[in-house]
Design a binder for this molecule. Sequence first.
Ligand code: NAP
Length: 248
Amino acid sequence: MDDVLIVTGGSRGIGAATALIAGRNGYAVCVNYLKNEEAAEKIVNEINSNGGRAIAVCADISLEEEVVDLFQTVDVQLGTVSALVNNAGILETQMRIADMDAARLNRVFLTNITGSFLCAREAVKRMSRKNGGNGGAIVNVSSAAARLGSPGEYVDYAASKGAIDTFTIGLAREVAEEGIRVNAVRPGIIDTDIHASGGEPGRVDRIKGTIPMKRGGSPEEVARAIMWLLSGESSYTTGALLDVSGGR
Ligand code: NAP
C-alpha cells in the first residue's frame, strides 16, 4: 500500500516542491490549494505523468468544515493518510504592530495556527495506533521568523510561527506513544511568491547579504528536509525544530 501524503498549500512554493519530490518517492499525494487551481493541476499532472499518483483538492484550511471535507476526500480517493505536511501559510503587507488591526491578526492566526491544528487533528484521528491506525508522520512548516521576530515587517506572522514551534513540541509528546512523529522545519529566506504578498517581491535580494551563506534558499532545499522528517530515516526524531536557513 502506498504512503498517502497531504500537502496543504501544495500548489506553489515549498509545498509544490514537496509534492513533486514525494510523488517521485512513491507517495500518493494530495495537493491542497486555496485559489490557484491551474498551479495545483500542473503539479498533479507532473506527478501523474511521471508514473506517480496525485490529486488536487481545493480547501481553505482555516475553515473547519473544509478541512473535514479535505481529509474525507483523501480517504476515498487515495486511502488513509500516513503523512501530513502542514505547509499552507500566509503573511500580509509589511507594517509595524502599531498599525495592525484585529481583522489582519485574525486572518494570519486563523490560517497559520488554527489551520495547522485542524489538519493535524484530522490526521491524528486516522494515524493513531490508539484508534487502530498505522501511525504516521507530520511535518509543520514553521519559520526562522519564530526566533527572529520580524520587527517592522510582520511580527504577527513571526508570532504565528512561534505558536507552530510550541504546537510541534506539544503534539509530538502527546502522540509519540501512538506511532506518530511530529516535527517542524524552520525555513529562512526562500525564493517563493510569499515575499510578493508582503509587498516586497525583491526581499530575497535585499536580505541575502545578511545570510551567512549569502544567498536565499530554494523551495527544493526545504522540501528535501521535509522529506527526511517524513521518512523512516528520521525514525527516532520527534518534536524537533530543524532550521533550513543558510545559517541565519
Ligand atoms: P507561497 O509561495 O505564498 O504559497 C502559499 C501556498 O499556500 C499556496 O499553495 C496557496 O494556495 C496556499 N494557501 C494559502 N492560504 C491557504 C489556505 N487558507 N488554505 C489552503 N491553502 C492555502 O508560500 P511559500 O513561501 O511556499 O510558504 C510555504 C510555507 O513556508 C508557509 O507556511 C510559510 O510561512 C513558510 N515559510 C516560507 C518562507 C519563505 O521565505 N518563502 C520562509 C519561512 C517559512 P494557492 O496557490 O491556491 O493560493
